[in-house]
Design a protein around this ligand. Structure first.
Ligand SMILES: [Zn+2]
Length: 282
């Protein structure tokens, strides 16, 4: 028994049931925000220059939607003309973190540059970070109907017996041509006769935050999303501009924290010739 079960039903769009929401706002603690701006200050003080640097925003694994810290990896790529990051670099930094902490986004500075938005260069970096973060954070976000135009519903034991002989060669199969029926795109075998069926797949989703800051104190944020259907592999990416919400953490940068950060800025960030403007406006 075979019929165009799903094709016969008039439905405008596949059914989708949300099971979790990904963040719609960028929420950061006062500690993490202050630390980001302190890095920019230290860059000017230590290196006597304002230049771009990048770091990762960090969240707790059990609450990845809140940025609680900013981590400073070695900005090796600063020897190029712009900040850039690689999957290997991100993974290497993640390995230095305590188990409860994960990278949940990318934060970088435009220094003194009056470009208060993301550039094309930034988009490439954000896509790299999004891929990495999404692989860490695959949250089941929806149950979505899989539309199958040609679904065969068969009862177990009553299906046409599978050939005992080895399968025909490609040429033999082509020669048989119209004679043999084309198999359905999906066959569902059940223990009782079924006349209608719908398939729902779990859609997993992840996100990453993107923040750019300037020495004058401005910030700009986006959230990037990626979802993937477990059965169909259908992958979607999107992004949205988002406000920055700062929450009080009760945690402050102590003088010890500041000294440690100054050392990191000395060791991990290297000044580059200031040829960024053209690239970032690109
Ligand atoms: Zn940028």
């Amino acid at each position: 028994m075979r019929f165009k079960a799903l094709g016969d039903l008039a439905r405008p769009a596949p059914r989708e049931i949300r099971t979790a929401n990904l963040p719609e706002k960028v929420i950061i603690t006062d500690f993490a925000r202050d630390k980001a701006f302190l890095v920019s200050e230290l860059v000017q003080r230590v290196h006597n220059a304002a230049y771009e640097w990048y770091g990762f925003t960090l969240g707790e694994r059990k609450n990845p939607g809140l940025i609680v810290d900013v981590g400073l990896p070695g900005n090796d790529a600063n020897k190029e003309n712009y900040t850039s990051t690689s999957p290997e670099g991100i993974a290497a930094y993640q390995e230095t973190l305590p188990p409860g902490l994960i990278i949940n986004g990318w934060l970088h500075s435009h220094g003194e540059l009056e470009h208060r938005d993301f550039s094309l260069v930034d988009e490439v970096n954000q896509a790299t970070v999004l891929d990495y973060v999404t692989s860490l954070l695959m949250i089941p976000v929806a149950q979505k109907e899989v539309i199958i135009e040609d679904l065969a519903l068969l009862v177990m034991g009553e299906e046409e017996p599978l050939a005992e002989a080895p399968p025909p060669s490609l040429k033999e199969a082509q020669d048989a041509g119209q004679a043999s029926p084309t198999p359905a795109s999906v066959t569902l075998l059940t223990d009782v006769p079924v006349t209608r069926a719908r398939l729902l797949e779990t859609v997993y989703g992840g996100f990453c935050f993107a923040i750019v800051i300037g020495d004058e104190g401005w910030t700009q944020q986006e959230i990037h999303y990626k979802t993937r259907g477990i059965l169909t592999g259908e992958t979607r990416t999107s992004r949205r501009p988002a406000d920055l919400t700062v929450v009080t953490s009760g945690k402050f940068l102590t003088s010890l924290d500041q000294e440690a950060l100054e050392l990191e800025v000395k060791e991990r960030l290297r000044p580059v010739a200031y040829t960024l403007e053209k690239l970032e406006r690109g």
